[in-house]
Design a protein around this ligand. Structure first.
Ligand SMILES: Cc1ncc(COP(=O)(O)O)c(C=O)c1O
Length: 398
């Protein structure tokens, strides 16, 4: 074939987190001794009541198409969750059930972005955001959160980044990869800039249940924000349902109608059975997730200490999600045992994987080359091994 493929897709990068995870799984399948902290995936099984709900759905023949926007009963329960947990009033017509939160991010951007529109993305950011913006012909505009400010962006920075072409800001709170959690007053300051500049807000809140300090606030609950905000959430992280592929968009009605149209043409809807599993998850409530949070808290503290000792520096404990974004630039310029020099986060991660069998993700993937990301949604034994291996890899650099 000689005809060129889609120009738009030539422009986007493959997900580096998916690439690291795929490589780690391949090496494990080949019998190599690999510890993988690459993927952001809870290591616990999907809770039994959720699996039972899915089995019941199969037995009851819930195996046909549903409405493109998802089962009404599920959308009603999502509205109830918003009301009880976030103080937000949504009607079921404002909810679109999607094939995972990643798909909800795509839907939201597809509903908003025209070619040339700018979308502000606080950095460090989740790998997928800029690529989806570019894919849709938009222009990602990065605003760097300072490490001294726990990687949070300020209202002043946001104002500076706004232009006549700005369509939206894409927030992630709590944040992957940094674990940053914005307080209500910090969100209020950002919200006032968002309202003043009359832009939309997409708020990805998939790590809502994993906040270790203080309370989670949805930016949608701040005055003037619900009518311009698309909230994204899902079941993968909160309910250990990564493989089930269920997430959702909650948006103002005109946007929800567009998202429903996009989904009706593109994927129709997520698996009927998985939607019943999601109903099972909401019926179960967030008790299990909060227990999981306490386990993650202990793992977080273990990793902060272990990785900090290897790097001989104190690392601030992330306030949310289940990642440690550790600063590693002090080892750049050092020599590996083979005599070559470590120049950046990508080379460091390659060296650590090859020499120690530890898979972690280079910060470059998230827009910050000075760090590497560890997912601590892994067993205690794997985290212990990860610290030993990381320590050895760093100690071997001269
Ligand atoms: C910030 C963020 N949003 C969305 C997702 C995707 O979640 P899902 O599995 O529901 O597509 C991830 C997964 O890593 C994530 O970190």
């Amino acid at each position: 074939m000689t005809k060129p493929l889609s120009n738009r897709t030539q422009n986007i990068a493959a997900s580096l987190t998916v690439a690291v995870d795929t490589l780690a799984k391949k090496l494990i399948a080949e019998g190599k001794d690999i510890v993988s902290l690459g993927a952001g995936e809870p290591d616990f099984p999907t809770p039994a009541p959720i699996c039972e709900a899915a089995k019941r759905a199969i037995d009851q023949g819930k195996t046909r198409y549903t409405a493109p926007v998802g089962i009404l009963e599920l959308r009603k329960k999502i509205c109830k969750k918003f009301l009880e947990e976030n103080g937000l009033n949504f009607m079921p017509d404002q909810i679109t059930v999607t094939s995972g939160a990643k798909h909800a991010v795509f839907n939201s951007l597809a509903a908003l972005v025209n070619p040339g529109d700018e979308v502000i993305i606080p950095a460090p950011y989740w790998v997928t955001y800029p690529e989806l913006v570019k894919w849709l012909g938009g222009v990602p505009v990065f605003v760097q959160g300072a490490r001294e400010n726990r990687f949070k962006i300020t209202a002043e920075q946001l104002q500076k980044a706004c232009s006549s072409k700005t369509k939206a800001i894409l927030m992630n709170n709590p944040c992957n990869p940094t674990g940053t959690v914005y307080s209500r007053s910090e969100l209020e300051a950002l919200a006032s800039v968002i309202v003043q500049n009359d832009i939309y807000c997409i708020s990805d809140e998939v790590y809502e249940y994993f906040v270790y300090e203080g309370e989670f606030t949805s930016i949608g609950s701040i005055d003037g924000m619900q009518e311009r905000t698309i909230i994204i959430n899902g079941f993968s992280k909160s309910f250990c349902m990564t493989g089930w592929r269920v997430g959702y968009d909650a948006s103002p009605l005109p946007i929800a109608k567009i998202i429903g149209k996009i989904q009706g043409q593109a994927t129709h809807h997520p698996s009927n059975i998985a939607q019943y599993a999601a109903i099972g998850a909401l019926d179960m409530g967030k008790g299990e997730s909060l227990k999981m949070r306490e386990t993650f808290r202990k793992r977080r503290d273990f990793m902060v200490k272990g990785i900090g000792e290897s790097l001989k520096q104190k690392i601030a404990a992330p306030e949310g999600a289940f990642y440690l974004f550790a600063p590693v630039s002090t080892v750049f310029g050092k020599r590996k045992p083979d005599g070559t020099v470590v120049k950046d986060s990508l080379e460091l991660c390659q060296y650590i994987l090859e020499s120690q069998g530890l898979a972690i993700v280079p910060g470059a993937a998230f827009g910050d080359d000075s760090c590497v990301r560890f997912s601590y949604a892994a067993s205690d034994e794997n985290l212990k091994q990860a610290c030993i291996r990381f320590n050895k890899a760093i100690a071997d650099l001269k």
